[in-house]
Design a protein around this ligand. Structure first.
Ligand code: NG6
Ligand code: CA
Length: 510
């Protein structure tokens, strides 16, 4: 009996796969003893409503949709946070980011925030015999402070479980604007060393603030320091001319690295964390995608990313590993239009709704901050399904451990393997959301947001972030847009959720 027919018989997938894992009996066939490859495709700022499979009508994303429509598509799948660094921390460690006070949007010079003794997704898989790689955005810090970019940079991805890393350090809008392979800046000329600072400019270097005529993309807020490729960035950088990336070629470049990784490791079980930079700012589509969406660069880079996914799937197919590769697709936080550059994202939006029916966006404790596209695709093994189960990216560590026969867990990671594979509808009972240092609780169908001081809207990005002097309580099944605050009308429910919040966070509420 092969794996497929077992699954069709409806047997427990995890038990089955466990028996096909390392501990399998020698009578098993080669096919059965092979661990599945695992790929995590992680978008940057892609919203719940940005894909056609999640309801977008103004954009067509056929390749992402393939993963959604031929896999398990979650309607209640969450990033742990409404910004990048904390979500990535949670994804890799299975630990709530609010447990680590350093897990907040990091400058490009920040030290590594993952304790190298902590269990991580790649470490766990490495112990199960996987070759592990990351291609794309990192944003979890590098080194232990005062990085010298001209020497080997460590600790970084390779010290928390990745055998291979090809990354951009922080974000596309932050310096240093160079690729780093296994701790070394790619293409660096030793006679032109790189210097980076987030506090002051280097003498004689132009900036977006003082030299706007040298920019081809205009800054709206922030983003007025060093200019690279005409784009003013966050942070100051000097030198490293030959090593600087080309923004318009970045997506092709990462695709090339991701595909090469698959080709090189197709004969061993591999884990690839393919972390896209789209549609985060600066949105710099390759010229062949320019104008394709009619929605300006934000739409264009979503189409570009979708195309990249199609090409990447082709590589898996051509190399003969698609059927033995489990793919998880998600995004690190919700959508934002103007995130610091004038790039027509607002002006050309038309009828597109990046957050779908959800309230808020990136930076928000409302649903659009953390509820994101979340799919599990495994050709021939996972049956197409739409699942309403509550799942978090936190759960990947423990669930994929169960899949591959490991007993490793993450502190806040639940084994939801059956649910991720579409075999069960049982999700989490509760989940804490984090947004710019604030937290809210989802329990069952309800969300409770404690009172937070500060403006309810971040004006520069025009997003409601969930601050209110009052408690907020919403029932999502009847009010997905979070317009009807039930805190006053359901005091018992509110009280129960306050207690649950305190139990999980250790923080008491007034
Ligand atoms: C913010 C940046 C924003 C983006 C974000 C990180 C400003 C004014 N805004 O501080 O443009 O870079 O950080 O985004 O600088 S994330 O998706 O990586 O969390
Ligand atoms: Ca992000």
């Amino acid at each position: 009996m092969n794996i497929k027919s077992n699954l069709f018989l409806g047997l427990s997938a995890s038990l089955l796969l466990f028996s096909c894992g390392k501990a399998s009996e020698s009578a098993d066939t080669d096919e059965q003893t092979k661990q599945p490859n695992i790929v995590v495709i992680y978008m940057d700022d892609l919203g719940y409503g940005d894909m056609s499979a999640y309801g977008a009508t103004e954009l067509s994303t056929p390749h992402m949709d393939r993963l959604a429509n031929e896999g398990v598509r979650f309607t209640n799948g969450y990033a742990s946070s409404a910004t990048c660094t904390p979500s990535r921390y949670a994804l890799l460690t299975g630990r709530y980011p609010w447990r680590n006070s350093d897990a907040k949007i990091l400058p490009g010079t920040a030290p590594l925030i993952i304790d190298t003794t902590l269990m991580t997704l790649p470490k766990m898989l490495k112990a199960q015999g996987y070759h592990t790689g990351i291609v794309g955005k990192w944003h979890l810090g590098l080194g232990s402070g005062q990085v010298n970019w001209n020497e080997h940079i460590s600790p970084g991805p390779n010290e928390v479980g990745f055998d291979y890393s090809y990354i951009l350090a922080a974000t596309q809008d932050r310096v240093p604007t160079v690729y780093i392979q296994d701790g070394n800046v790619v293409g660096l000329d030793p006679n032109d060393p790189i210097e980076v600072s987030y506090s002051e400019n280097f003498e004689g270097e132009p900036t977006g603030k003082d030299n706007p005529d040298m920019t081809t993309m205009k800054w709206h807020h922030g983003h007025n320091n060093s200019i690279v490729n005409g784009v003013p960035r966050i942070g100051f950088m000097k030198g490293g001319e030959a090593a600087k990336w080309s923004d318009v070629d970045m997506a092709d470049h990462f695709l090339e690295k991701a595909s090469a990784y698959v080709k090189e490791h197709k004969n061993e079980p591999f884990f690839l964390y393919y972390a896209f930079q789209q549609p985060h700012v600066p949105r710099t589509p390759h010229p062949r995608f320019e104008g394709k969406s009619g929605m300006g660069p934000r739409g264009d880079v979503i189409l570009e990313a979708d195309w990249m996914i199609g090409e990447f799937l082709k590589t898996l197919e051509n190399e003969g590993v698609l059927e033995n590769t489990l793919i998880v697709f998600s995004s690190d936080n919700g959508p934002v239009l103007n995130d610091g550059y004038y790039d027509d994202a607002v002006e050309k939006l038309g009828d597109h709704t990046p957050a779908g029916p959800l309230r808020g966006g990136k930076y928000s404790l409302f649903e659009a901050g953390t509820r994101v596209p979340f799919m599990v695709y495994w050709k021939g093994k996972v049956q197409p399904k739409v699942s309403d189960a509550l799942v978090s990216q936190l759960d990947l560590l423990s669930s994929l451990a169960a899949l591959t026969g490991s007993t490793a867990t993450g502190e806040d990671s639940q084994d939801l393997l059956q649910t991720l594979l579409g075999e069960s509808d049982q999700g989490r009972e509760n989940l804490l959301f984090e947004a710019t240092g604030r937290t809210a609780l989802r329990q069952g169908d309800y969300v409770m947001i404690p009172p937070y001081k500060g403006s309810p809207v971040i004006k520069s990005v025009n997003i409601e972030i969930g601050n209110s002097p009052e408690y907020q309580l919403y029932q999502l099944s009847t009010d997905i847009g979070q317009t009807n605050n039930l805190a006053a009308s359901q005091p018992e429910k509110l009280e129960a959720m306050k207690q649950e919040y305190s139990r999980i966070t250790g923080k008491s509420l007034e």
